[in-house]
Design a protein around this ligand. Structure first.
Ligand code: PMV
Length: 363
């Protein structure tokens, strides 16, 4: 499969107007993607749990424009209000995908989007937002190419999402999605995310992710700037090969359900992501004092309780607390008793592993 396979051959007649809608979740990486090449090609492979509660719902109304147009025409509403500040990002996305969706300039689009999680909660909405939009566009394309297979639909939706925001390509399906070429993972590719193709122990099937909102402020470093800092980073090559090794080691861990080894990789990945930021030029510290308090509390509790609770981090101060369903009661009690106090306004989100985006029916 190459990029060219996503360029459509001739469309059947274009539909006059209509509406499509999708809800698409966020995801949390276990092996992190940090660093990219041109055209959103990842510098290393990554793998994530698809989430369920943190999601974006997008509806796309489309109406055919008169004449032959070469520009894009669209309105954007976020949580019911016009949101001009989001438009440049969408415009840039359209430019990146126009050769794969040549119908785009022939329509006026009204994009209405909303998130299930609070705005500026420090939860990145780019994965859920870009994947929801890509899916709406694919649904529209399917109208013109009725013979499109569901396999191609999913691959292209992930491929387009990737061009919007790299990690978004891991949000189309669930529950474990791998993105980026790895020599020992069959079907893996830099172009789009694939469902993890090997055996996974049932312990990983109902995993919980309680997201502790430590700092809800604007991101200090955009992911574009962050990825860029991996160019010429003194430890970049070691980091990229570490990601390959961690993925390799996860194969046995996923199969056997070895949570002790799972924790070692997941927590090390989170800290490595932050270590990369701390050792880039310029350097950043995205953790807050409460992030460290929470991590230490998790380590103490794990030791005492002999549970398998662990943490991971995104490019920010919030902490994702991961634990299996069988330990839910005990760990959740601990979160409420000891961790919620470190959250901004005591806020947290109860999420869990999910199964990907869903098409919504339109009235
Ligand atoms: O999708 P982007 O370009 O916003 O990159 C996100 C990268 C991390 O969230 C920090 C890690 C990951 O793999 O999701």
């Amino acid at each position: 499969m190459t990029e060219k396979d996503f360029i459509p051959s001739k469309y059947q007649e274009l539909k006059e107007q209509g509406q499509v809608s999708y809800t698409s979740p966020s995801n949390i990486a276990l092996v992190k993607y940090w660093g990219k090449k041109e055209n959103q090609i990842p510098a290393n492979p990554s793998i994530s749990f698809t989430l369920e509660a943190c999601a974006t719902t997008t509806s796309l109304k489309y109406k055919k424009r008169a004449g032959d147009n070469s520009d894009f025409s669209f309105d954007l509403l976020f949580q019911g209000e016009p949101k001009p500040s989001f438009k440049p990002k969408i415009e840039q996305f359209f430019k990146r995908v126009i050769s794969y969706l040549p119908f785009l300039t022939q329509y006026h689009l009204i994009i209405e989007t909303s998130n299930s999680f609070p705005h500026s909660s420090g939860i990145a909405s780019s994965a859920s937002g870009m994947s929801a939009l890509a899916l709406c566009l694919m649904e529209l394309e399917k109208e013109f190419v009725p013979t499109m297979t569901s396999e191609l639909f999913v691959q292209k939706a992930s491929f387009l999402s990737r061009l919007g925001s790299g990690s978004a390509c891991r949000s189309i399906e669930g529950d474990l999605v791998q993105w980026g070429k790895h020599k020992n993972i069959e079907g893996s590719t830099d172009l789009y995310g694939i469902k993890y193709p090997y055996e996974v122990h049932p312990i990983f099937k109902n995993y919980h992710d309680t997201i502790l909102l430590v700092d809800k402020g604007e991101k200090q470093v955009s992911s574009t700037v962050g990825h860029d800092l991996m160019h010429g980073h003194p430890f970049a090559e070691q980091r990229f090969s570490q990601a390959h090794k961690n993925l390799e080691n996860l194969k046995v861990i996923f199969k056997e359900g070895n949570l002790k080894e799972f924790i070692k990789i997941v927590e090390s990945e989170a800290l490595t992501l932050h270590a990369m930021m701390m050792t880039s030029q310029p350097y950043f510290i995205l953790m807050k004092p409460n992030t460290l308090e929470i991590i230490n509390k998790i380590w103490d509790f794990r030791e005492k309780s002999k549970t398998n609770v662990c943490f991971t981090l995104d490019a920010g101060a919030n902490v994702h607390v991961l634990y299996p369903e069988v330990e839910k009661a005990e760990v959740f009690q601990f979160i409420q008793d000891e961790l919620v106090a470190y959250c901004q306004n005591q806020q947290y989100i109860c999420d869990r592993i999910g199964f990907g985006a869903k098409k919504l029916s339109v009235k």
